[in-house]
Design a protein around this ligand. Structure first.
Ligand SMILES: [Zn+2]
Ligand SMILES: [Zn+2]
Length: 370
C-alpha cells in the first residue's frame, strides 16, 4: 500500500507539483453539483475515544465543518475498544449521540454507524444508517450482517487490501463475501482508505457492482494525520437527488459515488465524467490574432488539482500535451485547430482519475468560439 502512495507522490514530484503543493489555504473541500444531483461530501469512516480513536466525538464534528463536509459517520469498532476501562459506556451508540448533539446547530448530517471488526474471511466492515449499534454486538459475523440488513444498513468492506489480513495486498474474495452479496448484506467497498488506493479493490467494486468508497478512517486529528502531511482527508462524494438522509442512502445503494484523495478521483464513468465536466468551466475561447490557433481559458472550480491530457486530434501550441490546473486556478491552453472553427470539441483525459484499474476518464466540453 505504501508503494502505491510512493508512486503517486513520485509522479506528483516528477510533474513538478511538490514545490507549490499547498492545501492549507484551501482546507474547505469543494465539488460542484452535477446534472440532476447534489454532490454531498462525506466521510463515513472515523473513530473516537469510544473505540480506538484519540478524540472526543465533538471534535469530529468541528473538523468536518472546517473541511466543509456535508455528512459524517463515527464508526466505532464493535469488538475492539481499548479505552473501555476509562470510558465504560455500555451504549455503543453514544459517540453518534454526542456528535449529533454537537452538529444540531450546523448544516452537517451525522449518520449512525459502526465498524464490524473481525478476522478473515470478512475482516472489517462498516455498517452505516443503523438504528442501534448495541444489537450488532456479541453476535457471530453471519448474524451481525443479518442484523445490519434488518436495520436497513448500507454495509461496505473496509480496507480490503490491508496486508495484516491479506499478505499479498490484494483483497481475498471468499464464499463468505459471495454469500453476503447474494443476501443483500454487502453493498460497497473502500478503494481509498487513509490515503491508500487499491486498484484490485476497484476491480472488485466493478465486478460485483459494489459502491466505490473513500474514507479517512481517522483515529488522531485530521490536522495531524492529513493536513500536516500536505493532504486533504479522503472522502466519498455522493450524488444524491436531494440533501436529505433518505436521498443520501438511495444514492449510496445506487452506487453514485466518487472516492477522492487529493488529486486522485475514483468512480464509475457515469458520475466521474459529469463531475469533471462540471468542475472545469470554459471562461473564454477565441483565436489568436492572424492565426488558426485557438486559445481557451479554463477554470477549475473543485478543490482537487486536475491533471488533464490532450485527448483531441489536434496538438497544443507551445506547451506539452499535459495541463495541470490547481484548485480554483485559471489556465490558458492554445490549440492548433488548423482552420478557424465556430465550435470546438475539447476532450481532456484526466490522468489522476480512474474509472477502472489503469483506465482514465475523458471529459468533453463543446466550446463555442467568440
Ligand atoms: Zn478497520
Ligand atoms: Zn476503522
Amino acid at each position: 500500500m505504501k508503494t502505491a502512495l510512493g508512486i503517486f507522490l513520485l509522479l506528483s514530484m516528477v510533474l513538478g507539483f511538490a514545490q507549490n503543493h499547498s492545501h492549507t489555504s484551501t482546507r474547505a473541500l469543494a465539488f460542484p453539483d452535477i446534472a440532476g444531483y447534489v454532490t454531498l461530501k462525506t466521510d463515513l469512516h472515523q473513530h473516537t475515544v469510544f473505540s480506538d480513536g484519540e478524540v472526543w466525538p465533538t471534535i469530529r464534528v468541528q473538523e468536518a465543518l472546517r473541511d466543509n463536509l456535508d455528512v459524517i459517520s463515527l464508526t466505532e469498532h464493535l469488538e475492539y475498544q481499548p479505552h473501555k476501562d476509562d470510558i465504560p459506556h455500555p451504549d455503543r451508540n453514544r459517540a453518534f449521540q454526542l456528535a449529533l448533539e454537537e452538529a444540531k446547530e450546523h448544516d452537517l448530517m451525522v449518520i449512525n454507524g459502526t465498524e464490524i471488526t473481525r478476522g478473515n474471511p470478512i475482516g472489517h466492515c462498516n455498517a452505516v444508517f443503523i438504528n442501534d449499534a448495541n444489537r450488532l454486538m456479541e453476535k457471530d459475523s453471519v448474524l451481525q450482517f443479518a442484523e445490519a440488513k434488518r436495520q436497513g444498513a448500507f454495509v461496505f468492506w473496509n480496507h480490503p487490501n490491508w496486508s495484516w489480513l491479506s499478505p499479498t495486498g490484494n483483497p481475498i474474495w471468499t464464499d463468505f463475501q459471495e454469500e453476503r452479496l447474494k443476501k443483500g448484506e454487502l453493498h460497497g467497498i473502500e478503494v481509498i482508505n487513509t490515503g491508500y488506493f487499491d486498484d484490485a479493490s476497484l476491480a472488485l467494486a466493478l465486478k460485483h457492482d459494489l459502491t466505490i468508497m473513500g474514507t479517512s478512517d481517522v483515529h488522531g486529528l485530521v490536522e495531524w494525520d492529513y493536513m500536516e502531511k500536505g493532504n486533504s482527508r479522503p472522502i466519498t462524494l455522493v450524488f444524491a437527488k436531494e440533501k436529505t438522509e433518505t436521498s443520501l442512502k438511495e444514492a449510496l445503494f445506487a452506487g453514485r459515488t466518487v472516492a477522492v484523495f487529493n488529486e486522485l478521483l475514483v468512480g464509475k464513468q457515469e458520475v466521474l465524467v459529469p463531475l469533471l465536466e462540471a468542475s472545469v468551466h470554459i471562461e473564454k475561447a477565441s483565436y489568436l490574432e492572424n492565426s488558426k490557433i485557438l486559445e481557451i481559458q479554463l477554470k477549475n472550480s473543485c478543490s482537487s488539482r486536475l491533471l488533464l491530457e490532450n485527448a483531441t486530434e489536434f496538438s497544443f501550441y507551445g506547451s506539452p500535451p499535459l495541463l495541470e490546473i490547481a484548485a480554483g486556478e485559471t489556465k490558458v491552453v492554445q490549440i492548433k485547430t488548423l482552420e478557424i472553427l465556430d465550435t470546438f470539441s475539447l476532450k481532456l483525459k484526466a490522468i489522476a482519475c480512474y474509472t477502472a484499474p489503469k483506465k482514465h476518464p475523458i471529459a468533453h466540453w463543446e466550446v463555442v468560439v467568440e
